[in-house]
Design a protein around this ligand. Structure first.
Ligand SMILES: [Zn+2]
Length: 925
């Protein structure tokens, strides 16, 4: 699955960092850096508790005895499904469906009871039959608390092969999970309904009774009986299409053996592209009518990535066709149903002539990510949800690899620095968790879709890949896929495969990274001018008094470190694997500077002694790769939040980046300025604006308003970021006036405006906008012709400064003017907007019950990420009181992490605000 993230207005890099799936707060763009900043601001500290488990304890194998009857969230293993013959008759008018299924079962031990998953379904009959046996009718009892269906038989069912016939009915809900309804208006303004599924993690049970655990893999033969004016898609090709009793009955080919969460069906008025073949596989893109002109870009990356992946994995695509379907209402970003991948529209459809680089990148990433899952996830699946991280981390890693190969000029691995930075932020919290941890209830599985699963997971895989070598790594992945095809695997199975191909002790290397929270801070110093001392300790925001007793203080990682040593004779690269807390490395004669984390692939932070830092500066920061400059600045900013570096020293360092040309490095700087903007009072913000102008202007002068003929995409994107920064945080009046001119020219079509600049124009105009502008943007949101444009204008409504206008936006979030897939993100943006945050918080408190009912669960969780922007002591107290008194649980450690992030933001404000203000005042005079 791909999570929805801050996309449109935000650049892809910023999006990765701020949204960062887990703590995704935001999609604002006026104050995009305020939000980005919050991510960088997240500090670290020692974890109080180390979870007392090992991977062995997590291991779960399919046992044949009734081992799980004591666990209300696991099904017993004495009845195993192997085949589902499933027919669904959806009625889009009455928002309901009926179903009939025949599940072929292997009964292993005599039993009077069959237990399977179902929820919010009305199961009317259950009959068991087998060859040469009289049919047996069971009594059905629903256990809604545990989402199970219990079928009892008067006499024991003997072992053997049986067929269970079930008849059931359900509702097409509006909660964007299970089998749900989505709506859209056509070009004439007529409303239509379509029905789609979203089953991961545990919502297949909302559409049909099933053994809804990833380990119960089976073959699915789906039949959909629909209104003849509609179309339907499922995981496989259509093998029969006929009209029966006034209905169009579509029978789909049998699927490969797969988990329930990958089954999909979509029904509605849909249009598709002609197929393009990727080796033997026809690839098509689907949309609601009228949007087919937005498919070519997504189609191209879909075909490219499928070919790339088949080659990388060394095995053909496992399905018989591949459809990619844009759904108007979709809770996450996309979902990897085998052969029928579903997307929210912004993640699949775009107009190539008007889309920004960031918008293109977003689609390329998500399409590549989902395609990567067809093998890693669909063909080989985690045995249980504790292994979800590997599924998602690997797909995230592969999405980089694919897009990097497709568009080398996009420097995808440099951009990944932002995602890594977001993971470093959350993983620095006391309330972080190990990447892999025990999961029992479905809610805990849902909470695993976070920055630690995706971004930390992908970061440590990249670190491992670079350490053992890309070819050896790929061969290990091939070995793993071959060994476990059509089955399930544990994390350790991948380490075994990688260990075999690399001839290294991969489990020993990876265990601390996977099964323990946090990561190291490497401190570098020189002794006797000839020995480099490298010490590691867990990165901490503040010393935690419980660290020693909990053992966190003695955590030690195996850290693959790449050093670049510059000497008077040239440059030398050294690779070392640190395994001790202190490591001594002799330096060559004539050395002048040392860089740790060369290439930027390491998942750790670096701190240099004063001498080493000045050595790096003397040898020229421009000689560092962009990702190395990014890490240097990002690590220093994190140390500032942690109180190890003074804000003055950090801001002095940013002076060296006044002419920076890399958008990722700029994202760190703009993020940090935004954090500072968040903690200042309004009357002090003009002083910060002056500093922002001082830093940005040289880069802007270099770029100007208009792209040069041969300009790289990244530079075009940087121009947009820079202009937005100047016009909003920098409050540059000349830029604001020019933005208005450019916007007017754009609307009147009197001048070509580069698409990458347009989001910045909208941001600036919202920032400076009045009532009339607000109404204009509302109109543009309603009449938008692309998903990107719709989103851009929607989120601009959270980026104004006038409270009365922002209150209008707040009110809209609870109306059907805004889709529930978007509304929670908009609320999150408003919680982060310093001009409305108090009122937005009051609004959330007042309307909590309604929001809880209205918004998808994942959206509500993301919305709550917005509380990290409420960074005053008074608001923090109120936030804590609210969540505690309501006993709100967002699943896993999500809420705890938000509250800790908020606390750190407040602490930073209380500790450093006066010093920052004084320093800005000195600069201003
Ligand atoms: Zn995924």
């Amino acid at each position: 699955m791909s999570d929805e993230q801050a996309d449109q207005p935000v650049t892809r890099r910023q999006a990765a960092a701020l949204a960062a799936r887990a703590a995704t707060h935001v999609i604002e763009w006026l104050s995009v850096w305020q939000v980005a900043a919050l991510f960088f601001l997240v500090p670290t500290a020692w974890s109080r508790q180390k979870l007392p488990h090992t991977h062995r304890q997590l291991k779960n194998t399919m046992t044949t005895s009734i081992t799980h009857t004591q666990d209300p969230y696991r099904l017993p293993r004495h009845v195993i499904p192997t085949h589902y013959d499933l027919r669904i008759d959806p009625d889009l008018r009455s928002h309901s469906f009926t179903g009939h299924e025949i599940v072929t079962l292997t009964v292993i031990e005599p039993t009077t009871e069959i237990l399977l998953n179902a929820t919010e379904l009305d199961v009317s009959t259950a009959t068991l039959s087998a060859e040469g046996q009289p049919p047996r009718t069971g009594t059905v009892q629903m256990d809604e608390d545990h989402q199970r269906c219990r079928i009892n038989f008067p006499a024991a069912v003997p072992p053997g092969i049986w067929q269970l016939h079930l008849v059931f009915r359900g509702t097409l809900n509006d909660k964007l999970r299970g089998f749900y309804r989505s709506s859209y208006k056509d070009a004439q303004g007529v409303a239509h309904t379509l029905a789609a599924t979203q089953f991961e993690a545990t919502d297949a049970r909302r559409a049909f009774p099933c053994w809804d655990e990833p380990q119960f893999k089976a073959v699915f033969a789906v039949t959909l009986a629909i209104d003849p004016s509609l179309t339907a898609i499922s995981n496989t090709r259509i093998v029969d299409d006929r009209v029966e009793g006034g209905k169009r009955v579509l029978r789909f080919a049998e699927s490969m053996k797969m988990s329930t969460y990958l089954v999909a069906f979509i029904v509605g008025k849909l249009e598709s592209t002609a197929p393009i073949m990727a080796q033997q596989t026809p690839v098509r893109l689907w949309s609601v009518p009228g949007k087919q002109h937005l498919t070519p870009f997504g189609h191209e990356i879909a075909v490219y990535s499928l070919n790339f992946l088949a080659d990388y994995y060394g095995s053909p695509y496992p399905g018989d066709k591949l459809d990619l379907i844009a759904i108007p209402d979709f809770a996450s970003g996309a979902m990897e149903n085998l052969g029928a991948i579903t997307f929210r529209e912004t993640a699949l459809l775009l107009d190539q002539h008007t889309a920004t680089h960031a918008e293109q990148g977003r689609i390329a990433d998500v399409v590549a990510h989902e395609n990567a899952h067809m093998w890693f996830g669909d063909l080989v699946t985690m045995a249980w949800w504790n292994g979800l991280w590997l599924n998602e981390a690997f797909a995230t890693f592969m999405e980089m690899l694919v897009v990097d190969a497709w568009k080398p000029g996009w420097e995808r691995w440099t951009a990944f620095g932002m995602a890594r930075a977001a993971a470093l932020s959350v993983d620095g919290l006391l309330s972080t968790r190990p990447i892999e941890f025990p999961v029992r209830a479905p809610k805990e599985a849902e909470a695993m879709f976070d920055v630690l699963t995706y971004e930390k997971g992908a970061s440590v895989l990249r670190m491992l890949e670079q350490h053992i070598g890309p070819t050896v790594f790929r061969d290990g992945v091939r070995h793993y896929l071959t060994a476990h095809a059509y089955g399930n695997a544990e994390t350790t199975d991948l380490w075994v495969s990688l260990g075999q191909t690399s001839q290294q002790d991969v489990p020993a290397l990876m265990n601390e990274w996977i099964f323990s929270p946090g990561y190291p801070l490497l401190s570098l110093a020189v002794e006797s001018s000839s020995t480099l001392i490298l010490t590691q300790r867990r990165f901490a925001y503040a010393e935690d008094s419980s660290a020693t007793s909990s053992g966190a203080g003695t955590q030690c990682w195996q850290v693959p470190v790449q050093l670049r040593i510059i000497t008077t004779r040239g440059t030398e690269t050294r690779r070392v694997l640190l395994s001790d807390r202190e490591n001594r490395i002799p330096l060559p004669e004539g050395w002048t500077s040392v860089l740790a984390n060369e290439g930027g692939h390491g998942f750790y932070r670096v701190r240099y002694s004063a001498g080493l830092l000045s050595g790096l500066q003397k040898s020229g920061l421009n000689n560092l790769a962009p990702v190395e400059r990014f890490n240097l600045l990002n690590d220093t900013w994190a140390a500032t939040i942690a109180g190890m570096v003074s804000p003055g020293d950090y801001l002095a360092l940013t002076e060296h980046f006044r002419d920076e040309q890399d958008p990722h490095v700029w994202a760190v700087m703009l993020g940090s300025f935004s954090t500072i903007n968040h903690l200042l009072a309004e009357e002090d913000r003009p002083m910060l604006a002056a500093l922002v102008r001082d830093r940005i202007t040289p880069t802007f002068r270099n770029l100007g308003w208009t792209p040069r003929a041969d300009e790289r995409d990244l530079v075009k994107e940087l121009r947009g970021d820079i202009i937005r920064g100047l016009g909003t945080l920098g409050r540059d009046q000349a830029i604001q006036a020019q933005a208005l001119d450019a916007y007017t020219a754009l609307q009147q079509q009197t001048r070509h405006i580069d698409p990458n600049v347009i989001p910045a124009l909208v941001s600036i105009l919202a920032f400076t906008g009045d009532d009339a502008r607000y109404e204009e943007f509302v109109g543009r949101f309603r009449k938008a012709t692309t998903p990107q444009e719709e989103r851009r204008y929607l989120f601009s409504l959270a980026a104004f400064r006038t409270p009365a206008l922002l209150e209008r936006t707040l009110a809209k979030t609870l109306t059907d003017e805004i889709r529930t897939q978007d509304a929670p993100f908009l609320v999150s943006s408003l919680l982060n907007n310093v001009y409305i945050r108090e009122k937005a918080w009051e609004f959330v408190k007042t309307n909590w019950e309604r929001m809880d009912k209205l918004f998808p669960k994942s959206g509500l969780r993301r919305m709550c990420g917005g509380i990290t922007g409420l960074s005053t002591p008074e608001l923090e107290r109120d936030v804590r009181h609210f969540f505690a008194s309501r006993k709100i649980d967002l699943g896993g450690k999500t809420l705890e992490q938000y509250l800790e992030q908020l606390h750190i933001a407040v602490q930073f404000r209380e500790r450093d605000r006066d010093a920052i203000r004084a320093m800005l005042a000195r600069k201003a005079t």
